[in-house]
Write a protein that binds this ligand. Structure first.
Ligand code: NAD
Length: 293
């Protein structure tokens, strides 16, 4: 049993904390939203009215927050008077620079740290089947692994500080680009009078095969569980895809990487969001390719 402070109990953090409680750990939670904290209490998380109350006696702190600026601010507070040898794990998706800065702050305070963003969405968080991509020292990873296993089914140590965030944005840049490619192909097939099923049957067993087609097909029919069959209810919201594509672009310009298709994908998802689609599944972007943009 580990005493854990869990900070940020929203759509992802709430069910992740609940899985840690289910695994037998002692959780104290903090969130700026009173309603969110109340919902977490119902799953067995002890609510704290201020951050320092959540941290009292904690051996491990886990953060699941919107952006890098929130992580830096909360980690600064945690590290003001850290427990000795505390392990801090950030599961949020943030920019690589903020992740590295957070690690440096933790190291200076004598704490172990891990960046461990996830994929798998709210469904994976609830089911405990998330994939964790971790960055940090081997010692931090070894200590965090049993806790991550209570929330996920695949835990990958990607390398040193920030490597988890790097893996996350590279993967999601592939996803954003490949979904656009699959959507364009279906929109073209429609113009050519080719049925969705015929394109799927050929491409899913040919060189066009990819996850965006075979698991997450953006038209209804060929893959019954994909959001296209459910009015494009997310799933993975277009606003979150845009967030990750912007992080990839920031990282590309900071590192001098050449990512023209990543840049184009970010532009297209920005346009899609501007048209009021941020809360729809990202595969609904196919609708934009049926029009003249
Ligand atoms: P969310 O907005 O539902 O939850 C974030 C929570 O953090 C909110 O409850 C908010 O009140 C709280 N918060 C913000 N600042 C705080 C502070 N200073 N102190 C305490 N609490 C604070 O967001 P989410 O969907 O749970 O996403 C969390 C992170 O996970 C994001 O970085 C997101 O990109 C990433 N992510 C989300 C998904 C998804 O499908 N939702 C999938 C993968 C990764």
């Amino acid at each position: 049993m580990t005493r854990i402070a869990f900070i940020g109990l929203g759509n992802m953090g709430g069910p992740m904390a609940a899985n840690l409680v289910r695994a037998g750990h002692s959780l104290t939670g903090f969130d700026l939203s009173h309603d969110t904290l109340k919902a977490a209490e119902a799953t067995g998380v002890k609510p704290a009215s201020i951050l320092s109350e959540a941290l009292a006696n904690a051996e491990v702190a886990i953060t699941m927050l919107p952006k890098g600026q929130h992580v830096i601010s909360v980690w600064s507070d945690i590290l003001r008077a850290p427990a000795k040898n505390m392990l801090i794990i950030d599961c949020s998706t943030v920019d690589v620079e903020s992740a590295r800065q957070a690690h440096a702050m933790a190291r200076q305070a004598g704490c172990l740290s891990l960046d461990a963003p996830v994929s798998g969405g709210t469904g994976g968080a609830a089911a405990g089947t998330l994939t964790f991509m971790a960055g940090g020292s081997p010692e931090s990873f070894a200590q965090a692994k049993p806790l991550l296993e209570a929330m996920g089914k695949r835990i990958v140590h990607c390398g040193e500080d920030g490597a988890g965030q790097a893996a996350k944005i590279c993967n999601n840049m592939i996803l954003g680009i490949s979904m656009i490619g699959v959507c364009e192909a279906f929109a073209l097939a429609e113009k050519l009078g080719l049925s969705h099923q015929a394109l799927f049957d050929v491409a899913s067993t040919s060189s066009g095969q990819c996850w965006s087609l075979t698991t997450y097909c953006p038209v209804p029919g060929p893959v019954p569980a994909s959001p296209a069959n459910n009015g494009y209810k997310p799933g993975f919201a277009a606003a979150l895809m845009l967030k990750d594509l912007k992080l990839a672009q920031e990282a590309a310009s900071a590192s001098g990487a050449v990512t023209p298709l990543g840049a184009e994908a970010a532009q297209l998802f920005a346009l899609f969001e501007k048209r009021g689609n941020g809360n729809r599944d990202f595969s609904a972007i196919i609708e934009m390719f049926r029009e003249v943009i």
